[in-house]
Write a protein that binds this ligand. Sequence first.
Ligand SMILES: [Cu+2]
Length: 182
Amino acid sequence: MKRLILMKRNVMIALSAMVVSGLTCITNAEVHVVTQMGLQFDPAEITVAPGDTVQWNWMSGSHTVTSGSDCTFDEIHFDEPLNSANPTATYEIPATFTGVIDYFCRPHCTLEMTGVINVVGDDCPGDLTGDNQVNIDDIFAILGLWGDCPDPCPPFCEGDLTEDCTVNIDDIFAILGLWGPC
Ligand SMILES: [Cu+2]
């Protein structure tokens, strides 16, 4: 019995190692640069993919990058200063998020210092490892993300394909349903 438990543990260690090596294959993420120019973000609207990073570069004055619309922080994505003390702000788009992220500068929002990030997902939602196929590696990725989603769960949680705020067996069934080349 003890030996069986030990063997199970070794299998889990091996699986974990495979998950880690599988996840490091995700290398197609891009960095999109937005520059603060006076009271504008340039470009004001960008289109990115899930997992990409947006980087804002400060030029002058004192600003913030704050996600939300109507000059109200959405308390979901980001709220960072962009000034001489913090001349670069970055945000990594969650891997499973798609949709629109509006953002603004807190001091200059009413002067229409705003921006838009369009996050357009790929057409292969089950491909967590980014190798253009849904296969056993994606099941290992699910295992590595297993459990309750971090708070706040909506609107994104990596590995939660069924969007029920927990990564569980249902997500493995979802992977199986998406099985094959993208
Ligand atoms: Cu500003």
